[in-house]
Write a protein that binds this ligand. Structure first.
Ligand code: HEC
Length: 163
C-alpha cells in the first residue's frame, strides 16, 4: 500500500514533468513560428493608411470628393481612361505645371509612362487655393509619393498667372 502510493507519487512527478516539458517546447515552437510569420508578413496597409492630420487630412477629403472617382483611392487610375497619380512626372515634378493641370484641366492626351488616356481632366478652378494646396499636398505624399507639399501662396500665384 505504502509503496504503491510512493510509486504513483513518482509517476505523477515524472509524467507531470514530461507534460510540462512538452508544453514548454510547444509554446516556444509556436512563438518562434509567430515571430517568423510576423517578420516575413508584408505590411500592405502601411502606405495606404498613414495617420493623417491637419492639411493632409483635409486634402484627403478633397481628393475623395473631387479626384477619387477618376484617379481611384490608391492613385492607381483606370487603364486607358484616367492616368495614375503614383510617381508620375506631373505629380512629382514642377509645381506650377501640376497646379495648372488642376486649375485648367487637360484634354491634351498626356502621355504617362508610355500610355495615353481617353478621358479629359475637367478644370477644378472652382476649388479654393487652400483646397488645391491641400489636395496636391496629399497627392504628393500619398500612394508611395514622397515629395514636398504645396503652399496656398503657390496656388494663388499660378491662378493669378492664368487669368
Ligand atoms: C473626370 C475624371 C477626372 C477627375 C475628376 C480628375 N482627373 Fe485628373 N486627370 C484625368 C485625366 C483623363 C487626365 C489625363 C488628361 C490628358 O490626357 O490630357 C488627368 C490628369 C491628371 C494629372 C496629370 C497626369 C498624371 O497622371 O500625373 C494630375 C496631376 C491630375 N489629373 C490630378 C487630379 C486631381 C488632384 C484631381 C482632383 C482635384 C483630379 N485630377 C480630378 C481625369 C480626372
Amino acid at each position: 500500500m505504502e509503496s504503491n502510493k510512493l510509486f504513483y507519487y513518482f509517476l505523477s512527478i515524472v509524467l507531470g514533468g514530461t507534460i510540462a516539458g512538452c508544453n514548454g517546447h510547444q509554446e516556444t515552437g509556436q512563438q518562434k513560428e509567430q515571430q517568423e510569420l510576423s517578420a516575413s508578413a508584408p505590411h500592405p496597409n502601411v502606405e495606404e493608411t498613414p495617420t493623417l492630420t491637419g492639411n493632409l487630412l483635409a486634402g484627403k477629403k478633397v481628393y475623395e470628393d473631387y479626384c477619387l472617382t477618376c484617379h481611384q483611392s490608391n492613385g492607381g487610375g483606370v487603364p486607358n481612361l484616367n492616368p495614375p497619380l503614383k510617381g508620375t512626372a506631373y505629380v512629382l515634378g514642377d509645381k506650377e505645371r501640376l497646379i495648372g493641370i488642376v486649375l485648367k484641366g487637360s484634354n491634351e492626351g498626356l502621355e504617362i509612362n508610355g500610355e495615353t488616356f481617353d478621358n479629359a481632366m475637367p478644370p477644378h478652378n472652382f476649388l479654393s487655393d487652400e483646397a488645391i494646396a491641400q489636395v496636391l499636398s496629399y497627392v504628393r505624399t500619398s500612394f508611395g509619393n514622397q515629395t514636398d507639399t504645396i503652399r496656398v501662396n503657390e496656388v494663388k500665384t499660378v491662378r493669378a498667372k492664368l487669368k
